[in-house]
Design a protein around this ligand. Structure first.
Ligand code: XUL
Length: 503
């Protein structure tokens, strides 16, 4: 049995010298869907400023709920792109009002929700290059988008396009081997295919397609920013082994799509200096560089300072597992992305829908609603649960797709119930064994020195974490993931600014 180490700190030592910048790295994040956040760090990685704008409350004229519009078909979910632009105006104005000194910012980067797409109208590139610093961005860019409602990650309206893509490349597994994931409705390539089919006129009027991350970078750059390999891996379009657009996926999606997407670049690339607009309007220095923006999940991996061999497990309503992988084996479940910190490596993301809500149901049914009693059941039952194990999918699981409760006794016979304490251990061991199994299927190996980083509500329960530690045969550390994407973007700003890319 491995002992459990619980440490209540965010920064676990990393050993990479990202921090030799003598001033602030600023990170700007277009967050999941609710708002825009900014965070600045100094040369010691201390946070020196943070602020945010909530879309629904600060920009009520766009009438969003949780930052999005849910369409009547209940499958289509979009956000107004001009709301994102206006939020940036508001946030930077707020920083200026409180006296934030933009001239100290050496580098900036950011992250955006993965998979969302932005459609720039013909001529927008010229507009971006010549922005009048006396006017707001949202005013200057109001005619620069061919599609005003950007599809976002919550959209699930592209089933037909997904089936077409998989058929064209030779099946779901083949697509995963090329792009790191089977076809997902929210993935950008499928969103682009739908846009071309359903809004042909607007699509024809488009000169560039950005991800949310590269769109935000473009605003700062005053020109189209490259899509980085890591966020680009969430599109079902990038060949994750060559890190170039996959010809067959592009062709299945839209003609001449490579011209609309531009060349993908390493996530640590310095894309150029901040544009004259920001220098004159806010006082940024001419030498402030814009480091490629990336997706929120890759940015979180950077913010957690995951190292090769580490695994991070977020125990929330649904459980999410982040992995740093060297040699991935894309599978039918889970996503493999190019790594946001070291572009030669990979990361993986696994989502499990049945997390805390299922643990709470078993707590209510087997432990009288008490976490104390639930914990005691874990302490009083043996590791391995005498061979009793269960799969508890109260709602249709994502990884693997399955539903229902399935219990097996020590003889591998399916049984309909367990005693209360056995049920508690069967649930928690079953959940963590599944996290480990699916991680290993994607190419993850537990090696000496592996650390499990735990976060989310259930990570405050030591007995649950002990099971996690036992299942992974590794020490567990707890971390606070609030702000990890934003913090990760700030680290990346510093890292990019101090790294010479050889690619
Ligand atoms: C990951 C995913 C979400 C979004 C949230 O594939 O769809 O985590 O990135 O912004």
């Amino acid at each position: 049995m491995v002992s459990l180490v619980v440490s209540y700190c965010l920064l676990l030592s990393h050993g990479v010298s990202w921090c030799f910048v003598v001033s602030h790295g600023v990170s700007c994040c277009l967050m999941v869907s609710h708002g825009l956040k900014v965070l600045a760090i100094d040369e010691h990685l201390n946070v020196v400023h943070q602020d945010n704008v909530q879309f629904d409350s600060a920009l009520p004229e766009f009438r969003t709920q949780g930052g999005v519009h849910l369409h009547p078909d209940r499958l289509t979910v979009t956000s107004p792109v001009l709301m994102w632009v206006k939020a940036l105006d508001l946030l930077l104005d707020k920083m200026k009002r409180v006296g934030f000194d933009f001239s100290h910012v050496q580098a900036l980067s950011g992250s955006g929700q993965q998979h969302g797409s932005v459609y720039w109208r013909r001529g927008a590139s010229r507009t971006l290059q010549d922005l009048d610093p006396d006017q707001d961005l949202h005013h200057l860019l109001k005619s620069s988008f061919s599609v005003l409602d950007s599809p976002v990650w919550m959209d699930s309206s592209t089933r037909t396009q997904c089936l077409h893509l998989q058929d064209t490349v030779g099946g779901a597994l083949r697509l995963a081997q090329i792009t790191g994931s089977t076809a997902y409705e929210r993935f950008t390539g499928n969103q682009i295919a739908k846009m071309r089919q359903s809004r042909g006129v607007e699509f024809e009027d488009t000169e560039r397609i950005s991800l949310v991350s590269s769109f935000a970078a473009s605003l700062f750059l005053g020109g189209y920013a490259a899509i980085d390999y890591s966020d680009g891996s969430g599109m079902n379009l990038l060949d994750i082994s060559t890190r170039t657009w996959s010809e067959i996926c592009l062709q299945a999606t839209a003609p001449h799509l490579d011209l609309l997407l531009g060349l993908p670049r390493p996530p640590t690339s310095v894309l150029g200096p901040v544009s004259a607009y920001f220098i004159h309007r806010y006082g940024f220095s001419e030498s402030c560089s814009v480091v490629a923006f990336t997706g929120d999940n890759p940015a979180s991996l950077a913010g957690m300072r995951l190292q090769p061999g580490d695994i991070a497990v977020s125990l929330g309503t649904s459980d999410t597992v982040f992995l740093w992988i060297q040699q991935p084996r894309p599978a039918l479940q889970g996503h493999v992305f190019c790594n946001p910190v070291d572009w030669r490596q990979y990361m993986a993301l696994l989502c499990f829908k049945n997390g805390s809500l299922t643990r709470e149901r078993i707590r209510n049914e087997c432990a009288g609603g008490s976490w104390e009693v639930f914990s005691a059941a874990l302490r009083e039952t043996p590791l391995g649960n005498d061979g009793n194990i269960g799969f508890y999918f109260d709602t249709m699981e994502i990884t693997p797709p399955g539903v229902g409760v399935h219990r097996f006794d020590r003889d591998d016979k399916q049984v309909s119930s367990f005693g209360g304490q056995v049920e508690v251990r069967a649930l928690v061991e079953g959940q963590f064994l599944s996290r480990r199994l699916h991680a290993e299927r994607l190419g993850y190996n537990i090696v000496p020195g592996t650390r499990v980083l735990a976060t989310g509500g259930a990570s405050s329960n030591r007995d649950i974490l002990q099971v996690l530690s036992d299942v992974f045969n590794a020490p567990v550390f707890t971390i606070d993931l609030n702000n990890s994407a934003c913090l990760g973007s700030a680290y990346r700003a510093m890292h990019g600014n101090t790294t010479v890319i050889q690619h």
